[in-house]
Design a protein around this ligand. Structure first.
Ligand code: SF4
Ligand code: MSK
Length: 650
């Protein structure tokens, strides 16, 4: 069924916009109530600017803004003389720097609280995984012996803070990469030096009149991405494990059905686990549970959204309400008392839709305020008290709920999460050898990281679910993070029984280990776990990462962080397929370098393929090529071709 929006534009049927049934139900409700959502705003932007879509517009200085005519009739250079190649490369480089800065600033926030915790200056935090702390300290050449954990942690924090500066020639975690890769980075001057340094240098290079060689700008883009992947993001992941626990397999549930009509519902949204961890502690406080009962609720129900949700799901099994495009639809249930947000991927629109309900949006990071939200400033020294204050506010909102407007979609879906590298190696008996054997024997063709967001340009979850399904049918192990993980969870592809959906080789491996064919490795910053696993496999075999049958895919990406991830994954030697066209097609040279030339430089490249069915074929062929390079046997393509819509009941 189609309908017109407020301005008379033709809306698509909800089934064309989103695949999961819970989202379709809530989107129909939003339409019936005349409440606009992300899909309406996307329609209102149509047609989007063609210059910007091609990447050929520039507003880096006030002689501009400038744009290049892609048809070759109008201007072919900006006021300063910049060509389309340079403008596209500079825009791409700045997107990498923005994404890398976002992850790395998140990492620094964790690092600061880690240091304060080691000094005994926080409330509600502790070192949970001391064994991991000691392993990390040894890796960073910090004396461990029988020194107390807090002392070791302070030294480790000091060493990691230095990685943010510009004093070093190489980041600490670069030592994890195989020797061949490190030598290549050294030769190409891609070895990331300081996290802040590479990001700042990218902004400097892309100022008018600095780096005017498009290829040189793009190469620095790779270095900037590497500072994220092997720097800021990796610090975020590893220290989060030390403070909140290294994930191990855990069963939970996913979709809007995780909300409870009888409970005070609190959604934790964003990326940083610092505040949400203390909220989990506060929600278990008997005094607050008693207060919730006094107000007429049966208890307090915490649910996750986006990557804060993934952090909590991975470590504590907190149920997951949904991915990126669910953040407005969860408010439509009328059963959400509070949405607590930290930062990244929080649409400013959530406060507007919350005004139609009793939902309180509570912002917590001083660097991310939202007009219309209540702001409760996060302070780690008062972590637990702030967590309690937030939960109390949610409880106090419960009596304002209108029971007549409550509509929670049925049936949460079970999903398994918690596959840290430690958990995966643990399941394999402490060594990657069984995985190597399975790949060599052909039971597993290879492994692919399917990661990234939702984007209203693509039917929500369709790209993730379809690509993943085709890969596992072809005996390809899939590693997921971020919103891709949530999409696969909703589709029922992340339980051990989903092994039945896989090809015979992968199925047998999963059944023998009791694991799903799609492994949840965490949040966006946790893509570094995939790097660590790839590096461990390569080192074990004595080859470079680029020789392994691996690939990356971001079928529904939207964020600058995804561009940074793509940059470090490719620069680490893993070819990556994007499902949404990046704004680079205004320059044939940039496209040629990223989609072809890079292969000869870093042994990997980007590809763009919006159709996940075709992307799956492209990736399978890529893995076959890598297998051939290692002298491994060819495996026939799968003949299974199950309709993915059935998997989600759409
Ligand atoms: Fe125009 Fe050059 Fe200024 Fe960009 S940097 S806005 S292309 S003059
Ligand atoms: S939350 S960056 S929409 S994966 Fe990490 Fe999802 Fe992408 Fe945000």
């Amino acid at each position: 069924m189609t309908a017109l929006d407020r301005d008379g534009r033709q809306r698509a049927a909800v089934a064309n916009l989103t695949m999961p049934a819970d989202a379709q139900e809530m989107l129909e409700l939003a339409r019936a109530e005349g409440i606009p959502t992300v899909w309406d705003r996307a329609l209102a932007q149509d047609p989007q600017c063609g210059y910007c879509s091609l990447g050929v517009s520039c507003r880096n200085c006030s002689m501009g803004p400038c744009r290049i005519d892609p048809f070759g009739v109008g201007p072919q250079v900006g006021v300063c003389g910049a060509t389309a190649d340079l403008i596209v490369a500079r825009n791409f480089g700045r997107a990498i720097a923005a994404g890398s800065s976002s992850h790395s600033d998140h990492g620094r926030d964790i690092l600061e609280v880690f240091e304060q915790t080691a000094k005994g200056e926080t409330s509600g935090y502790r070192i949970t995984d001391e064994a991991k702390l000691r392993r990390l300290a040894e890796e960073w050449n910090i004396e461990t012996g029988d020194r107390p954990a807090d002392e070791i942690a302070q030294d480790l924090a000091e060493a990691m803070f230095k990685d943010y500066g510009s004093q070093k020639s190489e980041l600490g975690f670069v030592a994890r990469a195989p020797d061949q890769r490190r030598a290549l980075w050294q030769r190409l001057q891609l070895t990331p030096r300081g996290i802040d340094r590479e990001n700042v240098e990218m902004l400097h290079r892309t100022h008018m009149g600095v780096d005017s060689d498009y290829a040189n700008v793009l190469l620095h883009g790779l270095r900037t991405g590497l500072a994220d992947g092997w720097g800021g993001s990796m610090i975020a992941t590893e220290l989060s494990d030390v403070m909140f626990g290294t994930p191990s397999p855990v069963m939970s549930t996913v979709n809007l059905g995780v909300l409870k009509a009888t409970h005070v519902n609190v959604a934790l949204h964003g990326h940083n686990p610092l505040l949400s961890d203390v909220i989990v502690q506060a929600a278990a406080d008997p005094e607050l549970i008693a207060l919730a009962r006094e107000k007429g609720a049966e208890g307090i129900n915490l649910v996750g959204l986006c990557c804060t949700g993934n952090e909590l799901l991975m470590r504590k099994g907190v149920p997951m309400a949904g991915n990126h495009l669910m953040q407005e639809l969860i408010i439509m249930t009328g059963a959400l008392e509070a949405m607590v947000v930290d930062y990244q991927c929080i649409m400013p629109a959530v406060t507007e839709i919350a005004r139609c309900f009793h939902t309180q949006v509570i912002s917590t990071a001083d660097k991310a305020k939202f007009p219309g939200a209540v702001h409760i400033s996060f302070d780690p020294a008062e972590g637990l008290a702030i967590g309690r204050e937030i939960v109390k506010r949610a409880i106090e909102a419960y009596p304002n709920r209108n029971p007549a407007r409550v509509r929670i979609p049925d049936g949460p879906v079970p999903m398994m999460a918690g596959f840290s590298v430690e958990a995966i190696l643990g399941a394999l008996g402490g060594t990657p050898q069984p995985l190597v054997d399975a790949i060599a024997a052909g039971s597993i063709r290879g492994a692919v990281g399917v990661v990234g967001c939702n984007n209203p340009k693509i039917t929500q979850d369709y790209g993730h679910v379809t690509l993943t399904r085709r890969l596992i049918e072809n005996d390809i192990l899939v590693l997921v993070t971020g919103c891709a993980a949530v999409a696969n969870g909703k589709a029922g592809q992340m339980v051990p029984d989903a092994a039945a959906m896989a090809g015979p080789g992968l199925r047998a491996v999963c059944e023998s280990l009791g694991i799903p064919p799609v492994l949840h490795m965490g949040s966006c910053v946790d893509n570094t776990r995939i790097l660590v696993l790839a590096a461990a496999l390569a080192k074990h075999l004595g080859v470079d990462i680029s020789q392994l049958p691996l690939a990356g895919a971001a079928p529904e990406w939207y964020s600058e962080k995804a561009v940074a991830i793509g940059a470090y994954v490719v620069a680490s030697g893993i070819t990556t397929v994007l499902g949404v066209q990046p704004p680079i097609f205004g320059s044939d040279k940039v496209v040629d370098l990223l989609a072809n030339g890079l292969e000869g430089v870093v042994g990997a490249k980007f590809a763009v393929e919006p159709d996940p069915e075709k992307a799956a074929i492209l990736i399978r062929r890529h893995l076959e090529e890598k297998r051939r390079g290692l002298g491994l046997p060819f495996i026939e393509p799968s003949t299974i071709n199950a309709p993915v819509a059935e998997a989600v009941g759409a």
